[in-house]
Design a protein around this ligand. Structure first.
Ligand code: SF4
Length: 433
């Protein structure tokens, strides 16, 4: 099945949905209120999802709705009720994971396209064929597959669409098949309430406190016990292999996965049969949605037009906060190189969004900016809009009373700054390193 490759972006709320489309996404995925993973953050309501679907269709794009939890018995009836409520809204597909719910959906709504969630962990062609025979239109592949494995699935089951994640945070577990959050916080990843516990800061501790906790040690002046200077785990069947478990003053991050970034692998993914390039991050910011959608749009368009990859698209992604990037399992098993043991922070390369343009007044040439991060008069900035980037120097800042100020402080307050022209809707200002 040959389908034109699409860029599929996250739509965490109505604003991000519009931004994703403005910055080049062909399709978006959004959570319906109760039965989508990421239930905590979804800002869509039953009413606004209807508006979201209308908006996407008016722009000639596609929207897929996530119903991808694994409901326990108690939730089955409510889940099916929700299914009955969303199908009439005519999304372009439902993203589902639970086999029982999928069977029920196919029986009730045979014409409603179903996409199998990555949570269902499809890792081989036989499973892909099984889902195809059942009536599923698309498989959202497990993130643990190599390009060769994807190509083999496509060769053996060419009549099912394949979607693959190309960007964003990844689980340290098998794509959500994980009970860390449930165990530590009573919030179940497969019920949509993961607390991302794998990214928390952990400490190696004796009963009384951390190895580095001076208070906990009887003789603080003594050197630390040897293991605190570099712990490793050894597995009895693998002599010579050591898995680092280290702790510094901030703790230890032994389960913190790097973020996926496969922007340079789009040609290989297409060659392997992938038709939908999915960006993770419904809970991330509007700015993240804009920058990722545009970078992948540009990279895909360049490839389809026969142009070489533009490294500037990767640089744009590097400027976003990230836990350092990995290409995941696509080209090799990343093993420990897929983890960021050093810190749980998410930083870009010295650049950050300064704010979002809310309004532009052509009379005064001033734009109202909702400030996210502090910046000063005279700073070099980049104006980011769906049309492209423009380097500017902000030589004037006005506060909400119209008084000239030397700097704008973060935290959501508005200021006015001059811009050379109207950047249109959905523009941002980014600080430059
Ligand atoms: S705790 Fe981490 S690995 Fe587990 S489901 Fe949540 S994000 Fe994934």
């Amino acid at each position: 099945m040959e389908t034109k490759p699409e860029i599929l972006a996250p739509a965490g709320d109505m604003d991000k949905l519009k931004i994703a489309l403005a910055y080049g996404a062909d399709a978006v995925y959004a959570g319906i209120p109760k039965f989508s993973l990421r239930t905590r953050e979804t800002a869509f309501t039953a009413e606004s999802i209807r508006n979201g679907i209308d908006y996407v269709h008016r722009h000639g794009k596609n929207i897929y709705l996530t119903l991808n939890i694994f409901p326990h018995n108690l939730k089955v009836d409510a889940f099916l009720k929700e299914l009955d409520a969303v199908v009439p809204l005519q999304p372009d597909a439902l993203i589902m994971a639970d086999p029982g719910m999928i069977a029920a959906a196919l029986k009730r709504y045979p014409d409603m396209p179903l996409h199998l969630s990555t949570q269902a962990n499809t890792v081989n062609w036989a499973t892909a064929a099984f889902w195809r025979d059942l009536g599923v239109r698309r498989i959202i592949l497990s993130r643990e597959l190599s390009l060769e494995e994807i190509a083999e699935i496509h060769d053996k089951v060419p009549d099912i669409e394949l979607e693959a994640f190309v960007h964003g945070a990844i689980c340290i577990a098998y794509s959500g098949r994980c009970l860390i959050s449930n165990y530590l916080h009573f919030r179940d990843a497969n019920q949509g309430t993961c607390t991302n516990s794998c990214r928390w800061e952990y400490r190696l501790a004796y009963e009384r406190g951390s190895l580095l906790d001076v208070e906990a040690r009887q003789h603080p002046a003594e050197p630390l016990p040897a293991p605190a200077r570099g712990l490793v785990l050894h597995e009895s069947e693998r002599p010579g292999e050591a898995f680092p478990v280290s702790e510094d003053i901030q703790g230890t991050y032994l389960m913190n996965s790097k973020d996926l970034c496969a922007i340079e692998l789009l040609p290989e993914l297409i060659h392997s049969g992938v038709c939908s390039m999915k960006i993770e991050g419904r809970t991330k910011s509007a700015y993240y949605t804009a920058v990722t959608a545009r970078a992948y749009r540009r990279a895909l368009d360049a490839h389809l037009a026969g142009r070489p990859f533009d490294p500037e698209d990767l640089r744009e992604l590097m400027r976003l906060s990230n836990r350092t990037y990995t290409t995941g399992f696509y080209t090799r098993n990343p093993r420990q190189y897929g983890e960021n043991f050093r810190d749980g922070l998410s930083e870009g390369v010295g650049e950050a969004v300064a704010g979002r343009i809310l309004h532009y007044d052509p009379q005064s040439g001033l734009a109202v900016l909702e400030v996210k991060n502090r910046f000063s008069r005279g700073e070099k900035m980049t104006l980011i809009s769906p049309g492209g980037n423009l380097d500017i120097i902000v030589d004037h800042i006005e506060d909400e009373k119209g008084l000239a100020v030397e700097c704008a402080h973060g935290g959501g307050k508005n200021v006015r700054i001059p811009l050379p022209s109207d950047p249109g809707d959905f523009a941002f200002i980014r600080k430059r390193a």
